[in-house]
Design a protein around this ligand. Structure first.
Ligand SMILES: [Ca+2]
Ligand SMILES: [Ca+2]
Ligand SMILES: [Ca+2]
Length: 378
């Protein structure tokens, strides 16, 4: 399978809720989740808004859009004021969040994008759901997580597998589709970053065959249902590297991985890239290729170390030399790495740079090896 066509593409990245409001009737579901005066809340952006703006994105010169997860979110996290407007707190991995629109609108978005020659990348999460339970760290015993498990009164995900989130039930405990662990307290402890909860988001046990099979099923569904062309995978640093071998490449007529499934639907160049938030290329490269020959994992990653170097050089006057390290350290699929200056997880470049510096950094973004990705608004 050749991914060559992706090397020459450029990506426009959209946070659905914050881009364009195409339908004012789906803004507010009366749960205190919508407030245009409070940027912790939903702001009204939706899929219909993106459809309206596709010709604009095309005119800007982009050839792909990446959208944040469109799935039904947990609207209110019991622990924090921020609402689930961003898509990364799944309540139902297989439904469109009503704030964003309908399945029919998502299909139309992909159809319209394809008509304009734009690919569509869906942001996906496999590491966690929203926050429905917590496991208290004090006195935590991995053999008896049920003793420290607390229901947060927010229900459970709507999913045949990921609803099994209470280890006080023997069936849920033996299914083990969650890790039932406290929050990460030591980010240098690899066992914790892999299997403990990040920001109390309920950590999925991707080593459970049941959870892994469900993830394949969930994400095959989006290819089948709307015809997306690629996945950007969220929080990959917190997931086991080997998960991606079967998730993406498993050969099976009944339960295929994402890529063979996409191929069977006529998509020969389905693209997958990771968010591995690490400044250590060894950590990132492990997700892209395995140690053994022929082992395939993700195709590439968004380049955090390069992002850091570009910020230092263009906004803080560091030596240009600094960019050399990141570019040399990309061992696998160098031309497929996704380069960026800002996104929803870091400060906007407009807040860090004067216009001439911003413009220079954009020139670098569009000329360095890799796929340029521009955040909406920038
Ligand atoms: Ca709306
Ligand atoms: Ca939790
Ligand atoms: Ca994890």
């Amino acid at each position: 399978m050749s991914l060559d066509s992706w090397r020459d593409r450029s990506i426009y990245f959209i946070l659905i809720d914050r881009f364009w409001n195409g339908d004012k009737t789906n803004d507010d579901f009366g749960q205190g989740e919508f407030d245009p005066k409070n940027d912790d809340c939903f702001q009204g952006g939706d899929l219909k808004g993106i459809i309206e703006k596709l010709p604009h994105i095309k005119r800007l010169g982009f050839s792909a859009v990446w959208i944040t997860p469109p799935v039904r979110n947990q609207w209110a996290n019991p622990y924090i004021a921020t609402r689930g407007y961003h898509g990364y707190w799944a309540q139902d991995f297989t439904k469109i969040d009503p704030h964003f629109g309908t399945l029919e609108e998502y299909r139309l978005l992909v159809q319209e994008a394809h008509r304009l020659g734009l690919k569509v990348i869906q942001d996906i999460v496999v590491n966690h759901t929203g926050n429905y339970f917590t496991v208290e760290a004090k006195g935590y015993d991995p053999k008896h997580p049920e003793r420290n498990w607390k229901d947060l009164g927010a229900g459970a995900p709507n999913d045949p597998v990921f609803a099994m989130n209470n280890p006080n039930f023997a069936e849920h405990r033996s299914a083990a589709v969650y890790n039932f662990t406290p929050n990460i307290s030591d980010f240098k402890d690899r066992k914790q970053t892999l299997t403990y909860a990040m920001g109390d988001l309920d950590d999925i046990n991707l080593r459970s065959p049941l959870a892994a099979a469900r993830m394949r099923e969930i994400y095959r569904y989006w290819i089948e249902a709307v015809g997306v062309d690629g996945f950007r995978v969220d929080t990959v640093y917190y997931t086991p590297e080997e998960f991606y071998e079967d998730f993406l490449h498993k050969k099976s007529s009944k339960d295929p991985g994402i890529k063979p499934f996409a191929r069977s639907k006529g998509v020969k160049d389905f693209f997958s890239f990771a968010e591995v938030w690490s400044y250590d290329y060894n950590a990132v490269n492990r997700y892209i290729a395995g140690k053994r020959k022929g082992v395939q994992r993700l195709d590439s990653a968004i380049d955090h170390p390069l992002n850091e170097a570009l910020g230092q050089v263009f906004y803080r006057k560091a030596a240009t030399e600094l960019i050399r390290g990141p570019l040399r350290a990309r061992r696998v699929n160098a031309g497929l790495w996704v380069n960026f200056l800002d996104n929803h997880d870091v400060e906007r470049m407009s807040g860090r740079a004067a216009w001439p510096a911003a413009r220079q950094s954009l020139v670098a973004l569009f000329t360095l090896p890799g796929i340029p990705c521009v955040y909406y608004g920038t």
